[in-house]
Design a protein around this ligand. Structure first.
Ligand SMILES: [Zn+2]
Length: 307
């Protein structure tokens, strides 16, 4: 999940028309980092409807981050998007001058060895009216508007398909000391499990709950899409991998699909839920060491969950 940094505000005095030609913007805008993940920051650049996602994976080289951003964008569009059946969030690769973004990225990237910054422009899925966080745990956040006419559910379903006989999600949660009342792998199999997911959320509007039940009863829901995509991949087992050269493309894709974030938005004035999948990034092959370590830790767990 993202960490939010509401106080990191940077004053940008130059006009932002250079980065958004479609709107007339104030010459004195505020740019700020609104969230930080493991390898990315999300920048609010002054337009409430859009955000920039900027890679900061390589702290010693802006150029390396730019190269990765280009490769990542092409990967998401060509490899991941076709599997997600229209649920991938809109995104566009943009080139921004370093001069404009330097004040916000210099905290994360030490070496400015390029004159431009490649960012992924995405819609701001958490619109301004969703100012109440009505639920949060490690895998799920739910926001609502003050008048309860809009609800946004953000969640990481993680491993919907696994070759282990135990539930990878629940066993991992126990290993991390997180007591989970629900499991997205179970919700995929049984829409009635939604009761458990939403049990601690008291202020979900009745109509929203009904729409969500209807959505997960449909076998074309986003969990079914992700499950199918995860299941259809055949790759080497983690325990067989000894070096980066053993990491195949399907394993990388599987790990991407097991780390996406889903957003489901309900609005009272429409009967259609809006579904968006984000965080569909290309994983570096070097991460196999972390995945393998976690796999061995899970295998050694005394308490495993089966369902
Ligand atoms: Zn489970």
């Amino acid at each position: 999940m993202w960490k939010f940094f509401p106080n990191s505000v940077y004053r940008i005095k130059s006009s932002l028309t250079a980065i958004n030609n479609s709107q007339l913007l104030s010459p004195h805008c505020f740019m700020k980092v609104v969230a930080k993940g493991n390898a990315n920051i999300v920048i609010d650049y002054g337009n409430p409807n859009w955000l920039y996602r900027c890679c900061v994976r390589y702290e010693n080289s802006l150029k390396c981050n730019n190269d990765y951003s280009l490769e990542n964008y092409q990967y998401i569009k060509s490899t991941v998007e076709p599997l997600l059946k229209g649920t991938l969030c809109d995104m566009e690769l943009k080139t921004i001058s370093l001069e404009l973004l330097k004040p916000v990225i210099s905290e994360y990237i030490a070496q400015m060895d390029d004159t431009k910054v490649l960012v992924i422009k995405m819609p701001n899925l958490k619109s301004k009216d969703l100012d109440k966080q009505i639920y949060a745990d490690h895998y799920t956040k739910i926001y609502a508007s003050n008048d309860s006419r809009c609800v946004l559910w953000e969640f990481k379903p993680k491993w919907l398909h696994s070759v282990t006989d135990y539930c990878r999600n629940c066993t991992h949660s126990t290993m991390k000391g997180r007591e989970m009342r629900y499991c997205y792998a179970l919700l995929h199999r049984d829409h009635q499990h939604l009761d458990k997911v939403l049990a601690a959320v008291t202020s979900i509007p009745l109509q929203c709950g009904k729409e969500l039940f209807r959505y997960f009863r449909d076998d074309k829901n986003v969990l079914a899409t992700l499950y199918e995509a995860q299941m259809n991949l055949s790759h080497r087992k983690l325990e067989e991998i000894e070096s980066v050269t053993d990491v195949d493309e399907e394993l990388l894709l599987a790990m991407t699909l097991k780390d996406v974030t889903c957003f489901i938005e309900w609005r009272s004035d429409t009967d259609r839920l809006r579904v968006n999948v984000v965080d569909a990034d290309l994983k570096p092959k070097e991460k196999f060491q972390h995945w393998l370590k976690t796999h061995h830790q899970l295998e050694a767990q005394e308490i495993k969950h089966y369902h």
